[in-house]
Write a protein that binds this ligand. Structure first.
Ligand SMILES: [Mg+2]
Length: 181
């Protein structure tokens, strides 16, 4: 349905949010093959490495995963044994910038791209700093209204700001009503 609206050639991904058992995920991946997806994301529970390996091989679609992994060693195993094609480290779930960069480096060593999950105002800097960047996931939660300078895009590319540090400055006047105490 979505493919028929956006046409072939437009990058399209499907996120199952850990929904399926291995056999269901393999069936779903096979059914999705005609729609030319960039990736199928989290087809099954986050830590089932053997399941991911089976889904990757038997389902025949590139898999993305990692937003629910919390250590570099979990990523290392998922990349090397789980057969994922798009590691998705989340700087907020993984423990910060250093482990995020370590995961991106492992991906690079395995000839894989790095992508991201959430927190796009931070990930735009990290992806800009690695040689194997692919897509920046951008959430549509409407939180940009709380930022002095929300993320900018030019022709579909996110622009990493040149402000100091992560450059995220909150609009305090809008946050006053949400503070406790
Ligand atoms: Mg996801």
């Amino acid at each position: 349905m979505v493919r028929s609206v956006v046409g072939f050639g437009f990058p399209l991904m499907v996120d199952a949010n850990c929904r399926w058992r291995t056999d269901e995920a393999i069936r779903a991946a096979r059914a999705l093959q005609p729609f030319d997806l960039i990736w199928l994301e989290e087809p099954t529970v986050p830590d089932d490495v053997e399941g991911y390996a089976r889904i990757a091989i038997e389902g025949g679609l590139p898999l993305a995963a990692g937003e629910n992994l919390h250590t570099v060693s979990e990523f290392d195993r998922m990349i090397r044994e789980g057969g994922i094609a798009f590691p998705e480290p989340d700087v907020a779930n993984l423990g910060g910038v250093t482990p995020w960069m370590q995961v991106a480096k492992i991906a690079h060593a395995c000839h894989l791209p790095a992508t991201s999950h959430g927190v796009h105002d931070l990930h735009v800097h990290l992806l800009a700093a690695v040689p194997n960047a692919s897509y920046l996931e951008v959430h549509g939660f409407g939180l940009e209204r709380f930022l002095v300078e929300p993320l900018r895009f030019e022709n579909g590319d996110a622009i990493a700001p040149s402000r100091a540090g992560h450059g995220v400055e909150l609009r305090d006047e809008l946050l006053a009503g949400y503070r406790r105490g």
